[in-house]
Design a protein around this ligand. Structure first.
Ligand code: ZN
Ligand code: ZN
Length: 411
């Protein structure tokens, strides 16, 4: 069998992840999580990590067949449990200074035919157990990065009409293009891209909008912004002082909405793949920041279970702007993977906010963040609401309107 994935580009992805994504520091430990299929990428990452002076590199692997075995043969009680000891260990590693690298690539539809009640119980148990480790990441205490690998099962979902080899090669190329590693000097390309995103964030921060008004087919939504919110995009400094690029790819500038000040209705513009299920054609209505009505053409039961996770699951924790002409959107590929699809479109996220999206966010207590309108929840789920027909106005405190986007592009 010929190797369908270009080894030179895979090596560049590994190099960009370590140098730009993580800016891994000399002597810093690294925790990697990866599907077993991505072993070739893990080996390259491990090499580049040690070349960069890593302390210890430790990888935890997951496997689709083993996950399915649990759903098919695991005892009913086991679905309320999670490997808390593992997450406690990860939280400890991060507290002691380790960086974190996640490789995404599992089949997003893996659990689509499993019992939704079990899926939701397992997700809930996992979210609760993962919280101490996840907080180090959502609080941006450490440098972290997520990249992707074209698992064959994912590739077959994205390109169902192709033989597996061709589908993997095509998804690999799409990942390399979106991750900006298919150019001569990817590290320099990322420097320029980061400078562009920083310019957009600066413009939005200078405007000090109090709300954004989204209009488009099936959408008339006013998203109030949190008091003292701050826009971010591209590279950013973690609380440990390391400037990193958490998401590769990334095209978004994003901030924190006000948990109590979202009004109107909004429709999704792309399917949302959520932990093995597909939710499509979402239509929700907000009142006082809370979703009071939720429908989906597909996956409505999963959506409603997600919304019932906790009180904060019905409120927004993120609003993000992405031009419709972004390379991922222009590729026309639906990845069924939030890391890519959220970067093809303006989006909002249900659940937990990012404390870094506040002025002096790192020094604010959870109570202060809440008082400024920041939401808290066990979940953070992005879904896409932008298209080539989306218009966005910024509203300032005096009620003046400033065009921000027209027909999906920066105004
Ligand atoms: Zn986002
Ligand atoms: Zn998000």
């Amino acid at each position: 069998m010929s190797a369908p994935i270009d080894p030179a580009k895979l090596e560049k992805l590994a190099e960009v992840a370590i140098k730009i994504g993580l800016q891994l520091q000399k002597g810093q430990d690294l925790v990697i999580t990866s599907p077993v299929a991505a072993l070739p990428l893990v080996r390259l990452l491990t090499k580049h990590a040690y070349v960069a002076g890593a302390g210890l590199v430790t990888t935890f692997y997951s496997d689709e067949e083993s996950t399915l075995a649990r759903y098919r043969h695991g005892s009913d009680e086991s679905f309320d449990r999670a490997a808390g000891w593992l997450y406690e260990g990860m939280a400890k590693a991060y507290a002691q200074g380790a960086a974190r690298l996640a490789i995404a690539g599992d089949n997003p539809m893996l659990l689509a035919s499993e019992d939704p009640a079990k899926v939701s119980r397992a997700n809930r148990a996992n979210s609760a157990a993962y919280k101490p480790a996840l907080e180090k990441i959502s609080n941006f205490d450490i440098n972290w990065n997520i990249i992707s690998y074209p698992n064959p099962s994912w590739a077959k979902l994205v390109f169902p009409d192709m033989p597996e080899d061709e589908a993997v090669a095509k998804l690999a190329d799409a990942i390399f293009a979106a991750s900006r590693v298919d150019v001569a000097d990817p590290v320099e390309a990322w420097r320029q891209h980061n400078a562009n995103l920083a310019r957009r964030s600066l413009w939005l921060n200078e405007r000090r909008f109090s709300a954004l008004h989204f209009t488009g087919p099936g959408t008339d939504l006013t998203v109030g912004l949190a008091d003292g919110h701050e826009w971010h995009g591209g590279a950013a400094m973690a609380n440990n002082g390391v400037v990193c690029n958490p998401n590769i790819p990334t095209e978004e500038v994003f901030t924190t909405p006000h948990a109590l000040k979202v009004e109107g209705h909004v429709s999704s513009t792309k399917p949302l793949s959520h932990q093995g299920s597909l939710i499509d054609g979402i239509r929700v209505r907000f009142e006082g920041g809370r979703i009071i009505e939720a429908h989906a053409a597909r996956g409505e039961a999963v959506l409603n279970k997600v919304l019932d996770t906790d009180e904060g699951a019905r409120r927004l924790g993120e609003v993000a702007l992405v031009p419709h002409s972004s390379p991922i959107s222009a590729s026309g590929v639906l990845f069924y993977n939030t890391l890519f699809d959220e970067n093809a479109s303006c989006h909002i996220a249900l659940g937990q906010c990012y404390s870094k999206c506040f002025v002096n966010g790192a020094s604010l207590s959870p109570e202060e963040i809440k008082a400024q309108g920041g939401n808290s929840s066990l979940i953070h789920i992005d879904w896409m609401i932008g298209s080539g027909e989306t218009d966005i106005d910024g509203l300032d405190a005096a009620g003046n309107r400033v065009p921000v986007m027209r027909k999906g592009e920066w105004a």
